[in-house]
Design a protein. Structure first.
Length: 371
């Protein structure tokens, strides 16, 4: 490893070690950040604790860190805009920035600034302290790199005001899709998918929102019923947090639609919808809701998945399946991050989560692709 790679690796490792303090519910910083995150995110205390313990990458392996560093291109300066939806994403975002530069300017989300501030407060490495500045505004110059996390509309608006000499790395709006093959156990699949839904109350780009179930209609109905039961059981341990007005309106609209075109299963705080037409594109809203689609061997599901592909950041796959249908569906999602069901919210710490924009773009290219 060259001296430069060693230093870049050390900066990322120091950040991961700082994250371990926040994951620890007995560390004073871990106690304080839990209190702050309940206030800023609207998640229940149990969900905040779950996300810090199980979905913050504080156990990243040396190999994964090496891969993350290797996929980062050194640049003089990185400007970083964070999103609020998945607070732990700030660790990976800052790690990617530090792997690329010793000058990192970070603008925290105005809705959720607590996590990144706590993370930086937990840092002991003076090289990281010297490299990172929290700022109120980002003004990248030509030759700088900017990493933008958030809604596509926000990213496009920012890029429209930016000089074309800036390199942009995009991490935009996304969702997850789960694929349940016909040769896997339904109960096991339902439990795994429910575990992927609960963290962050389904707001992240890795959270499954649509489940395609291969096989006869009665198999999809049985899966929907088991998903509803699994989600309801989570409610007792990790209650649903606060939903805003728009989110509540989306849930009401989804339930009204299902009353006309499909079936609806109560699932604790949320619902599981069921549709037997795999040519219809319908996505469940956030807030622990799932949309199950029964699909046979025709091309309907692949066609609808291709239509959704620009929005799909993650796909969950039944582990151990030999169903050739899985390969057909994955072929329609070439840029989605693949994970076993139950691990969609725990991707390897080996680079960006979102693989839909693998290369840096100019601001005008970003605007053209997102609008």
């Amino acid at each position: 490893m060259t001296r430069d790679l060693t230093r870049r690796h050390a900066r990322v490792l120091g950040l991961v070690q700082a994250a371990a303090r926040l994951a620890d519910p007995h560390d004073p910083l871990g106690v304080e950040v839990r209190r702050e995150l309940v206030r800023t995110t609207g998640l229940s205390p149990a969900n905040v604790d779950l996300c810090l313990r199980s979905h913050l990458e504080h156990h990243a392996s040396p190999g994964d860190i090496a891969r993350l560093v290797a996929c980062s291109t050194p640049v003089p300066s990185v400007h970083l805009l964070l999103s609020a939806n998945v607070f732990v994403a700030a660790l990976r975002a800052l790690a990617l920035a530090l792997a690329a530069s010793t000058q990192v300017r970070v603008r925290a989300s105005t809705r959720e600034p607590a996590f990144v501030r706590a993370l930086l407060a937990a840092v002991h490495d003076p090289a990281i302290v010297a490299a990172v500045d929290l700022v109120d505004d980002l003004s990248p110059a030509s030759g700088d790199e900017i990493h933008l996390y958030g809604r596509n509309e926000t990213i496009a608006a920012i890029c429209a005001r930016m000089p074309d000499g800036v390199r942009v790395r995009v991490h935009g709006t996304g969702m997850g899709i789960a694929l349940v093959a016909q040769d896997v156990d339904i109960d096991r699949a339902a439990s795994a998918i429910a575990a992927d839904v609960v963290p962050f109350d389904q707001r992240g780009c890795l959270s499954p929102r649509v489940v395609y179930a291969h096989g006869p209609p009665q198999r999809a109905r049985a899966l929907a019923a088991r998903l509803a039961s699994a989600l309801a059981s989570w409610d007792a341990r990790v209650p649903l947090g606060r939903l805003d007005g728009d989110e509540l309106a989306d849930v009401a609209r989804y339930r009204d639609t299902l009353a006309v075109v499909g079936d609806c299963f109560p699932a604790g705080s949320g619902v599981v919808g069921l549709l037997f037409d795999d040519t219809c594109v319908l996505v469940s809203p956030v807030g622990r809701n799932l949309h199950v689609v029964a699909t046979g061997d025709g091309g309907g599901a692949a066609s609808t998945i291709r239509a959704l592909a620009p929005h799909v950041a993650a796909v969950g796959i039944s582990p151990g399946s030999r169903d050739p249908w899985i390969g057909q569906m994955i072929g329609a999602l070439p840029h989605a991050r693949r994970s076993p069901l139950g691990s969609m919210q725990r991707p390897a710490f080996d680079g960006p989560v979102d693989l839909r924009f693998p290369a840096a773009l100019t601001p005008s290219e970003v605007v053209a692709r997102l609008r």
